[in-house]
Design a protein around this ligand. Structure first.
Ligand code: GRF
Length: 206
């Protein structure tokens, strides 16, 4: 098996963060490989993005499993079969089950389009825009059993200007996401990220 960090990427939709990770790997700036992409949506554009780059891409149909636990066990089986070391949620719109989190302690990442703990939930960009805050941003954190909680690894601010629209704010947020997520994965690949008492420490590059 290759010594580069093996990623399992979970998606539900367009997969632009997945694409950013693929691009950084292919550019030689991210020392990782994507072992498998898993989607809970058959039509997710991210599945095509993965396949175009020769990456195994699997749709796992929730309808085929009577209980959420069985569904999560199916996801876990794919991750384990592909020797995944780090699980990367990139627009995966379901809560990940206990069995996966237990198998990958502090090894499941999530990206959220706000400065958590502000504006958690499915509409982080719109909620920040409607609240009228002047600064929002992007958070990368380890996942736990609650939505958008878990130890925070990195945050980047994004300023909301007077002339920003929801669309322009979304574009700015996504641009920051696409730079930040691969960078955090690289830190993990370099062994620089540790968690102590629920707080993350990122040591400097050696
Ligand atoms: C991103 O904004 C991410 O922060 C949120 O879902 C969105 C996924 O976008 N969790 P994409 O599928 O990577 O384009």
């Amino acid at each position: 098996m290759s010594r580069t960090l093996a990623l399992g990427v979970l998606i539900s939709g367009s997969g632009t963060n997945l694409q950013a990770i693929i691009d950084e790997i292919e550019a030689g700036r991210l020392d990782a490989r994507i072992a498998v992409v898993i989607s809970n949506q058959e039509q997710a554009r991210g599945l095509d993005r993965a396949r175009r780059h020769g990456i195994d891409a699997v749709f796992i149909d929730r309808q085929k499993y009577s209980r959420p636990r069985e569904y999560d066990e199916a996801i876990l089986a794919e991750l384990v079969n592909h020797d995944v070391e780090l699980v990367v949620m990139a627009g995966y719109m379901r809560l990940l089950g206990h069995c996966v989190l237990e198998q990958y302690p502090n090894r499941v990442l999530n990206i959220h389009p706000s400065l958590l703990p502000s504006f958690a939930g499915a509409n982080g960009i719109r909620d920040a825009s409607e609240r009228g805050v002047k600064v929002t941003g992007v958070t990368v954190h380890f996942a736990n059993e609650e939505f958008d909680e878990g130890p925070i690894i990195a945050q980047e601010p994004v300023r909301i200007e007077e002339d920003d629209t929801l669309e322009s704010l979304e574009a700015k947020i996504h641009q920051v996401e696409h730079a930040l997520y691969p960078r955090v994965i690289q830190w993990i690949s370099e062994g620089r990220v540790t968690v102590e008492n629920g707080r993350v420490r990122v040591s400097s590059a050696s």
